[in-house]
Ligand binder design. Sequence first.
Ligand code: ZN
Length: 228
Amino acid sequence: MAVRRARIWLLPEGDLYRDTFVWAHQWPSSWAAKSYALLSKWGVDDWPLFAASGRGLESYRKYARSVLEQAKFGMWYQRARGHLQVPDYLSFQSSPSQLLKAAKAVGLPWETRIRTKSFCRLRAGMLTLSGVDGRPSVAKLQSCIFCGRAVRTPMTHVVATCPHWGQHRELVLGVLPLASTGVVDQYMLTRLLFVCPPSAPGFIELLQWFSKIDSACQDYWAARGFFS
Ligand SMILES: [Zn+2]
């Protein structure tokens, strides 16, 4: 939308379309006025102000995108900060999850939307990610079914530190806009990934990874005659 406005601004003065656009700003219900109000709300400079710095349209596209990502990321980060541990998604949701609706709204392909099931299963703690001697267990200290390490919080381990999923994790973290946050804590990282909005770049890669965890987990237990 910001770029669309910029393109209209770039039409030569006297162009009918441009003139109508400029003139329409005085009518609050016009697209011109509404889109301008949104830009102001999000803190994005309109094209004439940005162009005064001498930079071009491609720079403007990148600038608008980074401002919006930061604005959105602020909310995302606040949600993750609201907890110390990963919330128990199976029990504590203040309202039904908007995840499926949001995934549909941003136009994610169907095969990606199906994978939100794995995302929900994983964060709800429905996957048995650890055991003792290849069997499900209630022991406090168990072994990760993927790397065999002793773990107390298997979900956080698998998402944030398990070496078996290192490549997938790196791929996702390379795309998600988390670099500026200095996330070092494994619990914080897990919480951030679990509230990742479907509109975030990297969400598709995140779902691919989580659906692989889901399948690998099911295969592991099925091969041992459990949960099938
Ligand atoms: Zn592991």
